[in-house]
Design a protein around this ligand. Structure first.
Ligand code: HGY
Ligand code: MN
Ligand code: MN
Length: 418
């Protein structure tokens, strides 16, 4: 079994090989391409160094977007990008873009990338593997004095975990109202973009048009347990689920917990409890891979001796089919209304953001399969239940994703390991 580090290096090298083949960018493994091997020890050292930025006592990271840890981690990665010979800048959305000239300036860039921001109490591999592998690809090309025909761009997307804010700004899917959404750092998206060196007032200028890129490729951990369970080396992503998130406000009436009889309460938290159970029931009521989650909930005023008059919680729905997400939301909103009426409370839903589902490109899927086969690696095609910047980039050109196994299928946890 190939050592995992060697695998990462050789697969990316194989993809480069196909990229630099004289033929146009076609799904054909070219035996003419030189076999390039990345410096896997250097890549692993970079992963370890980056894990120090926002390290938490549980062994993972809390490097949330727009935090001091995020900013410091980005500065570290920009140094690595410069060391890899990339011309580094920050776009108006706060994305880090490293550029490398190609031999034919008329050709559109091939873009590699991922993110380095994490969820609170996240792991050390989500996003960082793809970001630092992309830097290593550029570094290897430089060391081997290889000039690809296409220009190459290495991108570290801003605020992926909050909702693909950086990549959706580039794909033109970010709305002005979303700039006021509040991120885990406490800053609004607008404040965060400026904090990272972007220019939110000019975020529209970060937008790129379909056809502005030749292809986008992202290496990422699976964040699920299929590859490990099947002892398969590589996941070839067929498509990335759509994700929609709402902020849900349940309004009742705050009152004294001692003197308000049980049958005269408008208890917002009791209604919210029924809501959480109902979401689970509605989402599981039909066949398929759809998922629904209430990941955050807060009762106000939050005192033990006050009947909660208000609850704010989150609702997230995911599926490869946008119409199914809408159907599930309509069913949930209808049932929430009935819960509210039965308890003298009301439900309001505020849309936060939407990641549109995105299929990967068949030609790139074939190229990944050929490259992996040539390296003696096993593959399987699979959907991504996690969201990725690649789904935003699919709006601009052919997209591909390469998954590597997650031990125990664990992710968004300090126990994450690949
Ligand atoms: O939430 C997700 O699916 C991704 O990890 N941002
Ligand atoms: Mn990720
Ligand atoms: Mn993630």
């Amino acid at each position: 079994m190939m050592d995992r580090r060697q695998f990462t290096g050789r697969l990316a090298g194989a993809f480069i090989g196909a990229t630099i083949a004289k033929a146009p960018f076609v799904p054909r493994w070219s035996s003419r391409a030189r076999r390039l091997t990345l410096d896997a020890a250097r890549l692993n050292a970079h992963l370890k160094a980056l894990s120090a930025f926002g390290a938490n006592p549980q062994g993972g990271v809390s490097r949330v977007a727009y935090s001091e840890f995020d900013k410091a981690g980005r500065a570290h990665v920009m140094d690595l990008m410069r060391g890899a010979g990339l011309d580094v800048g920050i776009d108006f959305a706060g994305n880090i873009v490293g550029r490398r000239r190609g031999s034919d300036a008329a050709l559109k860039p091939i873009v590699f990338g991922s993110h380095i921001d994490s969820v609170p109490e996240g792991g050390n591999f989500d996003g960082t593997v793809g970001s630092l592998s992309a830097v290593e690809v550029a570094h290897t090309l430089g060391e081997q004095r290889i000039v690809t025909r296409h220009p190459i761009e290495v991108v570290v997307w801003a605020n992926e975990e909050g909702g693909l804010y950086g990549s959706r700004a580039v794909s033109g899917q970010l709305t002005a109202v979303e700039l006021q959404n509040r991120a885990w750092s406490g800053k609004t998206v607008e404040e965060g973009m400026a904090f990272l060196g972007g220019g939110p007032a000019r975020v529209g200028e970060a937008r790129r048009q379909r056809g502005d890129i030749a292809a986008y490729l992202e290496l990422h951990i699976e964040q699920g347990g299929i590859l490990e369970r099947e002892s398969t080396n590589i996941g070839i992503v067929e498509g990335i689920v759509g994700i929609r998130q709402w902020e849900v406000t349940v309004t009742g009436f705050s009152n004294h917990a001692g003197t308000t009889p049980m049958d005269q309460r408008q208890d917002a938290l009791l209604s919210a409890a029924g809501f959480v159970e109902m979401v689970h029931r509605v989402v599981r009521a039909e066949p398929g891979r759809q998922v629904g989650t209430v990941g955050r909930i807060q009762a106000f005023p939050g005192a033990p001796n006050v009947v909660p008059g208000r609850v704010v919680c989150s609702l997230e729905l995911r599926d490869l089919d946008s119409a199914k997400i809408q159907r599930l939301f309509d069913a949930i909103a209808g049932e929430a209304k009935r819960i509210g009426e039965s308890r003298g409370t009301t439900f309001q839903f505020r849309a936060l953001h939407e990641n549109v589902p995105a299929p990967s490109d068949p030609a790139i899927r074939e190229l990944i399969a050929d490259s992996a086969k040539d390296l003696g690696l096993t593959t399987r095609r699979m959907p991504s239940g996690a969201g990725h910047d690649a789904q935003a980039m699919a709006q601009l050109g052919p997209m591909g994703m390469i998954f590597i196994p997650s031990i125990g299928g664990i992710s968004h946890s300090p126990k994450e390991f690949s």
